[in-house]
Design a protein around this ligand. Structure first.
Ligand SMILES: Cc1cc2nc3c(=O)[nH]c(=O)nc-3n(C[C@H](O)[C@H](O)[C@H](O)COP(=O)(O)OP(=O)(O)OC[C@H]3O[C@@H](n4cnc5c(N)ncnc54)[C@H](O)[C@@H]3O)c2cc1C
Length: 374
């Protein structure tokens, strides 16, 4: 039986690898000529998540991260430090190439430079490219943030545009290489700026906000990295508003950024989208082999619950409290001690719940409630 995967990013490639390994005839359609380009990622992934979706291969690992520093608008910091690496910085192009090689060796075909212009549903589905159309038993749409096919197949499941983000590659960052950095700037409202060191010399730094993203990114660079040299930059978009409830059933499904499978606090989507791609592949296999629907929806229930509750909590809290106050409350309550034990880089709401039974977690919650009521 034949399965089409539209999009050769991490979500599509993970799904393609899994289905090809299970014996399906898989074709990946990728509109760009090269896998992994153009790059649009800071390359920061949890060790546990990356291990599950791709394995940890020396060829794409650039740096190990043991901590994070959050700085409030008033300059106070909350620092998290772990005794071992909890995250890695990867070469995203190399990671995608590795996933493509895994898919190819499992038997998938990858058609580069072949954009899909339409998917027509039927008993079998037609995947339409400029060269013509072919028939498939199932289609996995993994087209990333462009969401063109997503809209034509499912309407607009999101109702708002993604968040613009500008990212720079700089040298001479002057940061500690085993930490990532987040700043809440006065001019960013509830959004954030960040730095992810690649080594002692190079770092990816960026800023996400609704308006004037490039102008504010230049200001951020000038103020935070006056000595740095800019080696490159681009503007793209990230998604912070939770997953779509469509595209989880039947033989045409969505995975990755086009399904909104991104963490609502950071926009990170490689691990979450990859885990959902494992579920989507399992779903398609069960549907085609046993004619049983519902596997995808069931397998992603826990992930979706976390993404949806994190988004609700963020929306509720951001209307009432400044993110900088949260940074200061976390430092005052000694929340680092709790997060070291229960922190999960990918499941943020679960981390919040797991922190509460601890006295320091309760102290943080009490401070939060006090700030919300004042
Ligand atoms: C600046 C920035 C920094 C980020 N940093 C991180 C980070 O540190 N960690 C993290 O986890 N996430 C990060 N993200 C998010 C992460 O990049 C995405 O979540 C991830 O790329 C999603 O993977 P995907 O496979 O769904 O989509 P993509 O990686 O976008 O892949 C989609 C693919 O589909 C192809 N395509 C699109 N339409 C068609 C079509 N019609 N026909 C054929 N091919 C098509 C595209 O060419 C593309 O190759 C960042 C994003 C940005 C913008």
């Amino acid at each position: 039986m034949r399965v089409a995967v539209v999009g050769g990013g991490p979500a599509g490639l993970v799904a393609a690898r899994e289905l090809a390994s299970s014996g399906f005839e898989v074709t990946v359609f990728e509109e760009d000529e090269v896998i992994g380009r153009p790059e649009h990622c800071a390359g920061l992934y949890s060790v546990s998540g990356l291990r599950r979706i791709a394995g940890l291969e020396r060829r794409f690992l650039l740096n190990a991260i043991r901590g994070a520093v959050f700085t409030s608008v008033r300059g106070s910091t909350f620092e998290l430090r772990f005794p071992h690496p909890v995250a890695v910085v990867a070469d995203r192009e190399e990671l995608d190439r590795h996933l493509a090689e895994q898919a190819l060796s499992a038997g998938a075909e990858i058609r580069l430079g072949t954009g899909v212009v339409g998917v027509r549903r039927g008993m079998r589905h037609s995947v339409v490219t400029k060269e013509g159309s072919s028939e498939f038993d199932a289609v996995i749409v993994a087209e990333g943030m462009s969401r063109r096919l997503t809209r034509s197949l499912f309407g607009d499941p999101f109702g708002r545009p993604p968040l613009p983000i500008a990212q720079f590659l700089i040298s001479h960052h002057g940061l500690e290489r085993d930490k990532v950095y987040v700043w809440f700037e006065r001019y960013l409202d509830e959004y954030f700026s960040y730095a992810v060191p690649i080594d002692e010399e190079l770092a990816r730094v960026g800023l996400a906000c609704r308006r004037n993203v490039m102008e504010l990114a230049r200001r951020f660079l000038k103020e935070r990295f006056p000595e740095a040299r800019v080696l490159g930059h681009y503007v793209h978009s990230i998604w912070l508003d939770g997953p779509a409830s469509v595209g989880l059933d039947g033989s045409v499904v969505l995975v990755g950024d086009c399904a909104g499978q991104n963490k609502p606090l950071t926009g990170g989507g490689v691990v979450v989208g990859g885990l959902c791609a494992l579920a989507a592949a399992r779903h398609v296999a069960v549907l085609l082999n046993e004619v049983r629907d519902g596997t995808y929806r069931r397998l992603v229930r826990g992930i979706y619950r976390d993404l949806n509750w994190t988004k609700r909590f963020r929306d509720w809290a951001s209307r009432r409290i400044d993110p900088s106050d949260v940074v200061e409350l976390a430092a005052e309550a000694g929340l680092d001690d709790v997060l070291r034990r229960v922190g999960d880089m990918d499941m943020h709401f679960r981390t919040l719940l797991m922190s509460l039974p601890n006295p320091r977690g309760l102290m943080f919650l009490a401070g939060l409630i006090r700030s919300l009521l004042l």
